[in-house]
Design a binder for this molecule. Structure first.
Ligand SMILES: N[C@@H](CCC(=O)N[C@@H](CS)C(=O)NCC(=O)O)C(=O)O
Length: 318
């Protein structure tokens, strides 16, 4: 289950992501009560899904409430390793059960687990249970579950505001399959047809996003946001894909009609603004982990495991 090159592909060579297994919530009065220090978040800096949860944790000021451990970017035959199994700058060891790999945690809480050993993983240290391993749901948990415990200014930040929910959900419906997962569908396709279907849909969606920004008609110094002129989970979910696009997906996943920096001026500005003006984005973006992970961990795509030096810079200054 942890060897990506042995992932089951569909008959036509297309890649389908399996649904996550642990789907509980942290809520007052529930099995998982919001408590300081009770929950642990396992992430990889390389993984776009885990990266979403890291950004949200920082925006909501949850650093003292939910601890984090970062794994090594070398996702090998046993999946994601902790530093103990593969020392890498920025990677840590598991403080909860002393696991060597993420899969040890999954098998500890469910010995017959037969799903993927994925990050992010939100873990309850009190009951020794996996609470949730679906990033989109962890984002919603972080947005609200701890609001009664954290400072008012952080509690007031709402990344999924009631008034914008319709638009936000509508954006996920096409951005998730064609962009967030679309880059993987391009890169993991094992037939020409499956690749072409995925890459065309991806660039159609990038064109559509650029048009959404164009329709906002802003001044040079204004910041862009995807929905409702304010930062929402839609920006966070799109950012973790777009910040990886030029350094990784353009080459490694063959998403190479054009780059973001030269092909999508407004999306590029949106990206640069988030990265350079919001520390929650920059401080959680680690290009070394990102590039090392993809080019090393998919030997069926890059058998030499050579990691490219470019693009230089990974992200242009504002
Ligand atoms: N549905 C999950 C997907 C997470 C996911 O696929 N993570 C990848 C890393 S980017 C992973 O851990 N893969 C492990 C594997 O394929 O064995 C989410 O959004 O949280």
């Amino acid at each position: 289950m942890s060897d990506i090159s042995k992932s089951k592909m569909e008959q036509d060579g297309s890649f389908n992501r399996k649904p996550s297994t642990f789907r509980d919530v942290i809520e007052k009065g529930g099995r998982y009560e919001p408590e300081k220090g009770r929950y642990h978040l396992y992430v990889s800096y390389a993984c776009p899904w885990a990266h979403r949860t890291l950004i949200t944790r920082k925006i909501k000021g949850l650093e003292d409430y939910v601890d984090v451990t970062v794994v090594s970017p070398h996702m090998g035959n046993h999946g994601w390793p902790f530093a103990k199994a593969d020392a890498f700058p920025g990677a840590g060891d598991d403080p909860v059960i002393g696991a060597e790999h993420i899969k040890d945690l999954y098998l500890k809480v469910q010995p017959d687990y037969d799903g993927k050993f994925t990050v992010p993983l939100l873990f309850d240290k009190k009951l020794n249970k996996a609470v949730n391993n679906e990033s989109s749901e962890i984002l919603r948990i972080f947005n609200t579950a701890f609001n009664h415990l954290i400072p008012e200014d952080k509690a007031a930040i709402d990344l999924y505001p009631e008034a914008l929910r319709g638009e936000i959900e509508a954006s996920h419906e096409w951005i998730y399959p064609t962009v967030n997962n679309g880059v993987y569908r391009s890169g993991f396709a094992t037939s020409q047809g499956a690749y072409e279907t995925a890459v065309k849909a991806l660039f159609d969606s990038l064109d559509r996003i650029e048009k959404m920004f164009e329709s906002q008609k802003k001044n040079d110094t204004d910041e862009y946001f995807l929905i409702g002129n304010q930062l929402t989970e839609s920006d966070i979910r799109l950012y973790t894909t777009i910040v990886r696009f030029d350094p990784v997906y353009h080459g490694h996943f063959k998403c190479n009609y054009r780059t973001i920096r030269d092909g999508y001026p407004l999306m590029h500005r949106w990206l640069q603004n988030l990265y350079w003006k919001h520390p929650e984005f920059k401080d959680t973006t680690d290009f070394d982990h990102i590039k090392t992970h993809y080019y090393w961990s998919h030997p069926h795509i890059n058998p030499t495991r050579v990691i490219p030096l470019g693009p230089i810079p990974n992200i242009r200054p504002l």
